[in-house]
Design a protein around this ligand. Structure first.
Ligand code: PHE
Length: 469
């Protein structure tokens, strides 16, 4: 758990660099990929991707999201990982150490800390709902194809202030406990086991959903684009989702990069993670939308969508209740994969920069999040009338993090890597000091990072904020 226990070990794969500072890190290459994928998958695929796809017009939105992953997401992701692995420190100190002069590029890391608070603010609440649903599923009370029954169950949970807070705090304690075990024994071990199981169950749900009568309408919604639905806000939401999904623009990937093995192929890892994550999102779409249409739910129901439709899918299949319990357990575990990466941004900063030990850093971070997150937890009950810019705290945290903070963070990371950190250091990191045979691809990525991704992000951001209209 403490860094001293690592002192006698060599940093895995460190033959490419001498005398690395000894620090906990991911131990195997597969562990690196799965932990990074665990951060990406999270609740984003099962909850946020369907929610946004449903409210933003379906297929067209998915296309925007996929293009954003390719042209913006992957370049930003490799930039963050490269910086983190080269500097081997938390997001703020990695940025500071990578800056050749006194310019305040560390502010990107600081912005990331703020984003971690905003995202965890609402994310812990959704994870709390998922946790609560494990028990609701066990009791059998939500196993119904009637939209009235599933809607009433969800409403009674979110409008109850005590339950909302308790489930959120339970979730925070669990995430904190994983983080306390450290990077290799906590984060890596937990995420390594969950992804394969989650995948299998998602496939089972998708098959059931696809064989429901009326499933075709859902597939059409998912895969038949209606170009009239492209607006400034769907563009921004698509780019925002790419950032959110890949956990980029806020230092989580700088932090995870700092735990990467020195012999890890950064671009290969990023590609695998991005494509797997996208496939899992589409699979979740196939699991959910046919059921939405088959049972007469509204695709634009918002954050409640998954909690209403999933029980209906299970209610219509043999041994449905058993599978539903497993489904919510796995979804909860998936949420942990992402939450540990968010919390680790805070904990690594407090631990390394403010020099508190890992335990104290975790406790303070969790307490801070419990206080801050209660604003989101109470958004459907006591604070439902408190709105800023017309949004409850829950929606505000969600909207501003994905649609403003992460893109702004990503924009500056591209500018930093492309124009300040520079070609030489980027190439050294991406080719593992010339030992990998991937120069052509790295050149292409560098071109995207310098010229394409930042311009696209800036245009979409300004457009989405109404500057051009
Ligand atoms: N990628 C995670 C998800 O889709 C959310 C996340 C965002 C995690 C930013 C870390 C950092 O659920």
């Amino acid at each position: 758990m403490s860094s001293s226990s690592q002192a006698s070990q060599q940093v895995p794969g460190s033959e490419f660099k001498e005398k690395l500072p000894l620090r906990d890190g991911f131990s195997t290459r597969l562990g690196v990929i799965l932990a990074t994928l665990g951060s990406a998958v999270g609740l984003g695929n099962i909850w946020k991707f369907p929610t946004l796809t449903g409210s933003s017009g379906g297929a067209v939105f998915i296309i925007i999201y996929i293009i954003s992953v390719l042209l913006i997401g992957i370049p930003v992701m490799v930039s963050e990982l490269a910086i983190g692995r080269s500097a081997r420190a938390n997001a703020v100190d990695s940025m500071r150490a990578s800056t050749p002069n006194k310019a305040p590029w560390w502010l990107i890391g600081a912005l990331g800390i703020l984003s971690a608070f905003l995202i965890m603010g609402f994310y812990t609440e959704v994870a709390g709902w998922v946790f609560a649903y494990i028990f609701k599923a066990m009791s059998g009370s939500i196993l119904s194809t009637s939209s009235e029954v599933t809607t009433a169950a969800f409403t009674s949970l979110v409008t109850n202030p005590v339950l909302s807070l308790v489930w959120q705090w339970v979730d925070l304690v669990i995430v904190g406990a994983v983080i306390l075990f450290g990077v290799s024994k906590g984060i890596e071990r937990v995420t390594k086991t969950l992804i394969p199981v989650l995948l299998v169950l998602l496939i089972v749900v998708a098959i059931r959903s696809l064989t429901l009568p009326g499933a075709g309408e859902g597939l059409e919604f998912l895969f038949k684009p209606d170009l009239s639905k492209v607006t400034a806000s769907t563009l921004l939401a698509g780019v925002g989702l790419a950032f959110f999904k890949l956990s980029i623009g806020m230092g989580a990937m700088i932090t995870y990069g700092s735990y990467f093995r020195q012999d890890q192929n950064i671009s290969g890892t990023a590609l695998r993670v991005a494509f797997s994550d996208m496939s899992i999102a589409l699979l979740a779409g196939v699991a959910i939308f046919p059921a939405v249409f088959a049972y007469g739910f509204q695709p634009d129901a918002g954050p409640s969508l998954v909690f209403l439709t999933i029980p209906s899918v299970f209610a219509s299949m043999p041994a449905g209740n058993f599978f539903m319990v497993i489904f919510f357990i796995l979804t909860f575990i998936a949420s942990i994969g992402a939450q540990v990466s968010l919390l680790e941004v805070l904990v690594s900063y407090v631990n390394e920069h403010l020099k508190l030990n890992r335990k104290a850093a975790t406790i303070y971070s969790v307490l801070g999040l419990a206080v801050f997150g209660s604003l989101a937890a109470l958004s459907s009950s006591l604070l439902s009338n408190v709105k800023l810019f017309g949004l409850t705290f829950f929606d505000l945290f969600d909207f501003t993090s994905s649609n403003i903070f992460l893109p702004v963070g990503g924009l500056f990371i591209c500018i930093f890597v492309g124009w300040v950190w520079g070609k030489e250091k980027f190439f050294a990191a991406m080719t593992n000091n010339g030992t990998l045979n991937n120069k052509g691809f790295v050149s292409f990525l560098f071109f995207l990072i310098r010229f394409v991704s930042p311009v696209l992000v800036l245009l979409v951001l300004l457009n989405g904020l109404g500057v051009f209209s």
